[in-house]
Write a protein that binds this ligand. Structure first.
Ligand code: SF4
Length: 309
């Protein structure tokens, strides 16, 4: 058997930055530090940080007064920011700068009296955080699919759309086309909201499945971008599985398979990829090939207060 490794895969610049923020705040303040929501959607990363003294909470009310609070890479609403301030918390914001870009875009458009259509998954924390940037008197509607576009009613002439950063590029394109058809004057964001890491990982899977007859995506169930990677192979009728680690690989998946494609979502560390490769070597893999579709060189600076610490 042969492994075909997708490249780019795994950690993006936003995830690296978020984890580094947690690590540095631990170093400065000592345990416990509180992270609102999983800092990134990956079980291995979360468990590793828990073992170092991080406490993950869903509500700021779970944080003691004056505690250290870190906001996850997905971003938080203005209300959550305020709650943390009100309890005198020491706040570090690990929101990915590319999510912050979407927040700023929406606030800017609402100031110009635009109604906003936000394309994304209603239950995802990024969408909750983005919705929470807006004023209650302004219109913002979430659409997830074509049915939502069909049912969408807006009486404002000025409409603009934004998207979640981790969506399927292809599916979103179809939704945007439908929106443009229904609202011909709708304005696009200045720069694409689906982030570079999501786009690059999806392109890399497209290349990998040209050769692979099984696709393994390393990532957790609640990771949006990892799920989208699995779906790409699925839509091409290539068996594809989302796995947290090598323990979840079933021998039956490997039957009659010659080429195993492997990728990892933006929140999954490379160590998990290495474990999967080693496991598969034990199952008869004797060749590894990597398909590099893009060179990535993105790095986001840490918040000023954590630099040089
Ligand atoms: S997937 Fe994209 S938006 Fe999300 S943390 Fe990574 S770079 Fe930022």
């Amino acid at each position: 058997m042969e492994i075909i490794l997708a490249n780019p895969r795994g950690f993006c610049a936003g995830v690296e930055r978020a984890i580094e923020i947690v690590e540095r705040s631990l170093k400065i303040h000592g345990a416990p530090v509180y992270v609102r929501h999983e800092v990134v959607h990956n079980k291995f990363v979360v468990n590793n940080l828990k073992s170092k003294g991080v406490i993950f909470v869903e509500e700021i009310q779970q944080v003691p007064k004056g505690g250290v609070v870190i906001f996850s890479a997905h971003g938080v609403s203005k209300a959550v920011h305020k709650q943390a301030k009100d309890i005198g918390a020491i706040i570090y914001d690990a929101t990915c700068p590319l999510v912050t870009k979407v927040h700023k875009e929406i606030v800017r458009k609402q100031k110009q009296d635009y109604s906003i259509v936000l394309i994304g998954h209603k239950e995802h924390p990024e969408i909750e955080g983005t919705m929470g940037q807006t004023s209650p008197d302004k219109v913002i509607k979430i659409v997830e699919n074509l049915e939502d576009v069909k049912n969408l009613e807006l009486d404002n002439e000025n409409i603009s759309y934004s998207t979640q950063t981790t969506l399927s590029v292809k599916d979103t394109k179809v939704i945007i086309e439908a929106l443009k058809k229904k609202f011909p004057k709708i304005q696009s964001p200045k720069k694409e909201d689906i982030c570079y890491a999501t786009q690059n990982r999806q392109n890399a899977v497209e290349e990998t499945i040209k050769e692979a007859d099984l696709m393994l995506v390393i990532g957790s169930n609640n990771s949006s971008n990892s799920n989208r990677l699995r779906e790409i192979a699925d839509k091409k009728n290539i068996p594809a599985y989302l796995i947290d680690d090598f323990n979840q690989i079933k021998s039956s998946w490997l039957k009659n398979v010659n080429k195993i494609g492997i990728t990892a979502g933006a929140s999954a560390p490379e160590t998990l990829v290495k474990d999967v490769i080693n496991y598969l070597k034990g199952k008869g893999v004797n060749k590894i090939k990597e398909i590099k579709s893009t060179e990535e060189n993105v790095h986001f600076p840490l918040p000023k207060e954590l630099q040089n610490k």
